[in-house]
Design a protein around this ligand. Structure first.
Ligand code: GLA
Length: 394
């Protein structure tokens, strides 16, 4: 049994245990790692994430024949025992928030579908996943998009990836209370295997960019987690909006680099640095996309190094041990590939895009880092898989 078959088996078994019958359909949506374009999605720019081979699987089936109500029932197999991991709500009554966070991810999706004018049929779902939670690999986007796909497909709606992503984002923004952008949900919904996803976060137009066969994507988990992530994230968003307002533009995507530099003396220095990160990061997306497609590791090394420094020094979302690890991996890789902080930051993971045979250089740097670090870092290679889809079971 491979990884995915094991997950499907777990979702099937959980469904049977919770509801006493076999599920009739299965759906999947992956986690993601962002290769370049960090803190750019909510500034309306271009980003370049790719889906990874870690997924949320949803088993779905009809409601209980005995129930007279129009119920939506869910069980989340990774969220505690059978009692706390179950949820049930009436699709006819207003959907309210729960104290239990995972339930809000489900309820929020069903409510968001309704707000976009789509009606969800009574149904039952069991959810199982292997996207690491809280590591910056978008387990919640995988969860939200998988549930959105299950609800919509089971209800006979044929929704485009953009709509699935918007539904999952609305659920997170309004129901869960996280002001995330659209990148993670779009990566979970629209990715293509062996490609990264070049995404215009304003129009939601997207184009798969091939990842050169000589390259490997390695995620290095620093083990560092910060509890303040959400408020710091929202603060960065507000700072970016303040700069956009200062220049009278809709979003930082519309801000000219030269104009920003000229305005440095008039701008608060923190706000200036935040905007400089976003504006320069947007300029880094295209060269990384080309280098990725052509396997140009020296360009990846140089541009990803700049990206990391920008996140650390201008956007202030790194931590000293992460800078140290990024530097050690970059030095060990040389021109064989690049490494940088990925995701929201404040802890989490580094991503390395490097020649396949440079795996030993990455391991070597991590080994030396772990000899001196309080918390050990861990590397894992991921395969870029495709976005959310129903699973055909023979
Ligand atoms: C988190 C958010 C995304 C994006 C990244 C930073 O993952 O959910 O929308 O803003 O941070 O690039």
């Amino acid at each position: 049994m491979d990884r995915r078959e094991r997950l499907i088996a777990r979702a099937r078994q959980g469904y049977r245990l919770a509801f006493g019958v076999e599920p009739s359909r299965f759906y999947a949506a992956p986690g993601r790692v962002n290769l370049i374009g960090e803190h750019v999605d909510y500034n309306d720019g271009f980003v370049l994430p790719c889906a990874i081979d870690r997924e949320t699987i949803v088993a779905a089936g009809p409601p209980s024949a005995q129930s007279k109500q129009k119920l939506f029932e869910a069980v989340a197999l990774d969220m505690g025992d059978m009692a706390s991991a179950r949820d049930s709500f009436d699709l006819v009554a207003p959907i309210v928030r729960s104290d239990n966070n995972w339930q809000n991810h489900v309820r929020g999706v069903v409510q968001a579908l309704g707000r976009y004018g789509h009606r969800v049929r009574p149904m039952r779902i069991a959810i199982a996943g292997d996207v690491p939670i809280g590591a910056g690999l978008s387990s919640s986007a995988a969860f939200g998009v998988a549930v959105a796909l299950a609800c919509s497909d089971y209800s006979g709606l044929d929704l485009a990836p953009e709509m699935l992503a918007k539904v999952a984002q609305l659920a997170e923004n309004d129901f869960v209370g996280c002001a995330c952008g659209i990148m993670d949900q779009m990566a979970a919904a629209a990715s293509v295997a062996d490609h990264a996803l070049l995404l215009d976060c304003r129009s939601l137009d997207f184009m798969p960019v091939p990842i050169h066969h000589s390259l490997a994507i390695t995620v290095i988990d620093t083990g560092l987690r910060r509890s303040l992530t959400e408020s710091a994230f929202n603060q960065r968003r507000a700072e970016c909006e303040a700069v956009a307002q200062h220049f009278g533009v809709k979003a930082l995507r519309d801000l000219d680099h030269g104009k920003l530099l000229l305005a440095e003396p008039d701008l608060d220095h923190t706000l200036f640095r935040r905007a400089r990160h976003v504006v320069t990061e947007m300029e880094r997306v295209e060269p990384i996309g080309i280098a990725l497609a052509k396997g140009k590791t020296a360009v990846l090394a140089e541009v990803m190094r700049e990206a990391h420094v920008s996140l650390s020094e201008d956007f202030d979302v790194s931590l000293p041990p992460i800078d140290r690890l990024a530097q050690m991996v970059a030095e060990s890789l040389g021109d064989a590939g690049g490494v940088r902080l990925t995701g929201a930051g404040f802890g989490g993971c580094l991503v390395a895009v490097a020649a396949q045979e440079a795996g030993a250089a990455i391991d070597d740097a991590i080994g030396r880092y772990n000899d001196e670090a309080d918390l050990p870092a861990r590397a894992e290679m991921f395969r870029p898989i495709s976005g959310a889809a129903p699973i055909l079971i023979e």
